[in-house]
Design a protein around this ligand. Structure first.
Ligand code: FES
Length: 561
């Protein structure tokens, strides 16, 4: 009979780490006597970073005494004691290769349901003074697991743990962990795991993305290739389209609606722009807004001519129209129209219901009005709302004054089952994303693309928004690193040991969790160049991508950050 060995709790604290301060609840201490397990926490317990831990699906973390004995031998540690792995419940029995997602256990008065393996996170390494720990937990198949609380109640060390229900599909914790983090996962295994209703929403989202990736082709070519400027056209007073064609006239490879391309516009000037035309067209079209002091947009608006040659990287990006038959909501502001216009081209030959919501300053700055109207007319069921924030006296062809907001959705009667695609300035996106969630759209149906660099994700660390810049101090002597979305280029060098650390030194927004090549949160497209790894990732990233947390440039590189 499995037993509860120890109940461990701890409130979040600030811990110095690597020159920064990490707010973490990884420090837990055993308590004696009964404790009440509640929907979000055990009494006296808390999580520091609710993005990575905690919430209903991750209310209670369980770790096994057998794994303590294993790590004592493996790491030569005699100092490990309950709570050291950040777990709330230290248990005898319940091994990761037997416990299944969806299993339910009664302890004392409480009933818990297994929802997912432990989140692979650098803080396990901080807590144990072993930086490799996040990778080791996965590589050795001993992650432990999270539970949601089905029935709140009192528990106490020494109680028996009684299984009261089997999870469907019999996906063990170790299997689910390997599915996400280790190579060799099959489509069937992913689909099986997705049939377990108890699997947390976060892991379901990850498995769905992996299923989609398994059908996504790698970038059509590596690095840059020359394309010819075959057309330039003013779309509004501030937006100009550039059409790019293969020099030999052959059709360019297809792309997914919503993807973007990087262009090398001069020494140290690589810029990323969404494709705005039909994803099946033989050429590529970008549409660029002239920005004050923008080196890239300034070159395109003032210097680029038909007949010029430009180095272009293959289409990339995960902001793409998903397959499906349900309603679609395309929301954009200003030049954010470009990726959703490409999606509208793809949707115009479908039978899906489409809602088109667009905001512009005024008629002079609005682009693609005729093209959008033609595409919407092809659909049997389409709805459109165009708002101007500051219309001119002569403007006529718009639906109202103001900005696109959730109130606009309510007016139009948008169904909450729609898939929403948003593109525009950061403030517009932040308002709408939270508004859409309040409106009732499921988080995994809200897809967004911001101008420039994507938002960072730095678990447990407050990040201050600073404009990207070259690193302080003496320039490095290594290969040049260009961050395409952030418009920063500088030679690589110490003290940065990885591309992640170099990006952080440049205040380029980054996403990461384990920092040891396990979780793939830092996976980023490599537009050009070659990297080497130290340490080697547990599972290589998709073709054309790199894990920046353990990558160093072997030659000049362009990274899609
Ligand atoms: S941060 Fe986890 S793989 Fe890079």
């Amino acid at each position: 009979m499995p037993t509860l060995v120890s109940v461990n709790v701890g409130l979040p604290r600030d811990v110095p780490w690597d020159g920064r301060v990490v707010h973490t609840g990884a420090w837990k201490e055993p308590v004696t006597g009964p404790r009440t397990v509640r929907r979000l926490n055990i009494d006296g317990d808390g999580q520091g970073d609710l993005g990575g831990h905690g919430g209903e699906n991750r209310a209670v973390l369980v770790y096994q005494l057998a794994s303590y004995r294993y790590w004592a031998t493996e790491l030569g540690r005699e100092d490990l004691s309950p709570g050291n792995f950040g777990e709330n419940l230290t248990v005898e029995g319940l091994p990761d290769d037997e416990v299944c997602i969806g299993d339910r256990y009664r302890i004392g008065d409480a009933v818990l349901e297994v929802t997912q393996p432990r989140v692979t996170c650098y803080r396990a390494g901080m807590r144990l003074g072993e930086p490799r720990m996040a990778a080791l937990l996965v590589a050795h198949g001993r992650p432990g697991f999270y539970c949601r609380v089905i029935t709140e109640g009192e528990i106490e060390a020494g109680q028996d743990i009684v299984k009261v229900a089997d999870g469907p599909e019999h996906v063990t914790v170790a299997e689910a962990d390997a599915l996400l983090y280790l190579p060799g996962h099959s489509r069937e295994a992913l689909e099986r795991a997705l049939r377990v209703p108890a699997l947390s929403a976060g892991w379901q989202g990850s498995f769905r993305s992996m299923l989609e990736e398994s059908t996504s082709p790698p970038p059509a070519w590596q690095g840059f290739r020359p394309l010819t400027v075959s057309g330039i056209r003013a779309e509004s007073s501030v937006i100009r389209s550039v059409t790019l064609t293969s020099p030999d006239g052959a059709p360019l490879p297809n792309r997914r609606p919503g993807q973007s391309i990087a262009l090398r516009l001069g020494p140290g000037i690589v810029r990323n722009y969404s494709l705005s035309n039909d994803p099946g067209a033989p050429d590529y079209r970008i549409s660029v807004k002239l920005e004050e002091h923008g080196a890239g947009s300034g070159f395109i608006h003032r210097d680029l001519k038909v007949g010029n040659t430009v180095d272009v990287a293959a289409p990339r990006g995960a902001f793409v129209l998903r397959d499906g038959a349900g309603p679609v909501l395309l929301i954009s502001a200003g030049v954010g129209i470009t990726p959703v216009l490409s999606m509208l081209h793809a949707l115009a030959v479908s039978r899906r219901d489409v809602w088109w919501l667009h905001g512009a300053r005024n008629g002079a700055q609005r682009a693609f009005a005729e093209e959008v109207a033609t595409l919407l007319n092809r659909l049997s069921d389409s709805h459109s709302r165009v708002l101007y924030s500051s219309p001119d006296a002569g403007d006529a062809d718009y639906d109202g004054v103001g900005r696109i907001s959730v109130a606009t959705l309510s007016d139009l009667g948008v169904p909450s089952t729609a898939d929403a695609y948003l593109c525009g300035p950061a403030a517009f996106m932040a308002d709408l994303k939270s508004g859409l969630a309040d409106f009732g759209l499921a988080p995994d149906r809200i897809h967004s693309e911001t101008f420039g660099a994507t938002a960072g994700f730095t678990p447990g660390i407050d990040s201050v928004q600073v404009a990207p810049h070259v690193p302080a101090g003496t320039p490095g002597s290594g290969p040049e690193v260009q961050f395409a979305r952030s418009a920063v280029a500088a030679p690589f060098g110490p003290p940065s040991a990885t591309l992640l650390e170099f990006a952080e030194a440049c205040d380029v927004p980054v996403r990461w969790s384990c920092r040891t090549g396990v979780c793939h949160n830092c996976e980023t497209a490599l537009v050009a160049g070659v990297v080497r790894y130290d340490p080697e990732p547990l599972e290589p990233p998709a073709d054309g991508n790199i894990l920046i947390c353990c990558a160093q440039p072997s030659e000049d590189v362009v990274v899609d950050l």
